[in-house]
Design a protein around this ligand. Structure first.
Ligand SMILES: Nc1ncnc2c1ncn2[C@@H]1O[C@H](COP(=O)(O)OP(=O)(O)OP(=O)(O)O)[C@@H](O)[C@H]1O
Ligand SMILES: [Mg+2]
Length: 327
């Protein structure tokens, strides 16, 4: 069963569900957040991606008022979390799947949460079904695997039927079947008009799931972009061509302005010329070919491209450090 769709008046595309502006947060000598600024919109899954220690969890904790920022603001539907009257009906969150009372059954865990928000047991049954927990719901939650705990955390986040969901690394500990389920589930929540904000340190987890990405590193935003634009930029005009007339094809395409590299005895990688223009050039010169494929970068490749400078910076520093100790 699907969750009640979000009321139409909440689906204003222009309205930010979450708005984070200039967050700074220091822990001792660590600058965890260093001017973090972005917003999360309704009707899409926004991936929040960055390496370990980039500041994802800290940002989420600040948004939920669990940590205070030294500077900057974090608003949910235009208000600070503390001022929301029934917070779970505005934002459902999963930050740490292991924060539950181990001897309590999963059902009682949800009932306790539901009652604290003035919700009844019927709502508990609905979220249990949505999270696919029916068969284990009467077992003590302490015996749950991490993947099952994640599902229980998702069920808890959905209790208040909130228009905004914020999940910190929900793919952690999930088996391949669980990951496929989670991807579909997050997409369906976004499709219902909800704002789904989900963190991960692995870009590949968000493949075919996120519509938008906020990529962060060292406490600030590196990129804030739609997945479509990011992949298009990383894919470039790259076309793979299979042909037995390798030399002829290379000449024709080079004359048409492409950069051509042979990657196998019958395969060419063509850059700087669209698939359409590649086919047109070959056909006009009667060069036979068997297959033309447009190269589409994976999300992981796009991410590597995007963070290459940061990675090179890290690698250079590491090399410097290694050189320093060798002397
Ligand atoms: N309570 C704390 N005390 C001290 N340092 C902290 C605390 N919480 C976070 N940090 C530091 O702040 C930085 C950001 O941490 P944070 O947990 O937000 O990163 P993250 O992006 O969630 O990383 P991960 O992918 O490992 O979950 C790290 O350097 C971390 O060590
Ligand atoms: Mg984290």
């Amino acid at each position: 069963m699907l969750i009640n769709p979000v009321p139409a008046d909440q689906l204003t595309a222009d309205r930010a569900a979450i708005e984070v502006d200039g967050l700074h947060k220091r822990f001792g000598s660590t600058q965890a957040l260093d001017g973090m600024t972005f917003s999360v919109r309704y009707g899409q899954v926004t991936g929040f991606v960055g390496p370990n220690g980039a500041g994802k969890s800290t940002t989420m904790r600040v948004i939920l008022g669990l940590d205070s920022a030294d500077q900057g603001t974090a608003l949910i539907e235009g208000q600070p979390y503390w001022s929301l009257r029934h917070p779970l009906t505005h934002v459902g969150s999963l930050l740490d799947a292991s924060s539950l009372q181990p001897s309590r059954t999963a059902r009682n865990h949800l009932l306790w949460l539901a009652h604290s928000q003035g919700l009844g047991s019927r709502r508990v049954d609905e979220v249990v079904e949505q999270a696919g927990l029916e068969s284990v719901i009467r077992r003590p939650a302490g015996g749950f695997s991490l993947g099952m705990r994640q599902r229980l955390g998702i069920a808890a986040a959905l209790l208040g039927d909130p228009p905004i969901l914020m999940l910190d690394e929900p793919f952690n500990g999930m088996d391949p079947e669980g990951i496929v389920w989670m991807r579909g589930f997050l997409r369906s929540l976004g499709g219902q008009g909800r704002a789904v904000f989900v963190s991960s340190h692995l870009m590949s987890e968000l493949e075919d799931t996120a519509d938008h990405l906020v990529v962060i590193g060292r406490g600030k935003v590196i990129a804030d972009t739609s997945v479509k634009d990011l992949i298009a930029a990383a894919s470039g005009d790259r076309v793979e061509l299979r042909t037995s007339a390798l030399a002829e094809a290379m000449k024709v395409l080079a004359d048409a302005g492409a950069k051509v590299t042979a990657t196998a005895p019958d395969v060419l990688l063509v850059t700087g010329l669209s698939a359409e223009r590649t086919v047109a050039a070959l056909s006009a010169n009667h060069v036979t070919f068997a297959e033309v494929t447009t190269h589409r970068a994976t999300l992981e490749e796009a991410y590597m491209e995007l963070t290459r400078d940061a990675v090179e910076f890290r690698a250079a520093r590491a090399a410097q450090a290694a050189g320093g100790t060798a002397r």
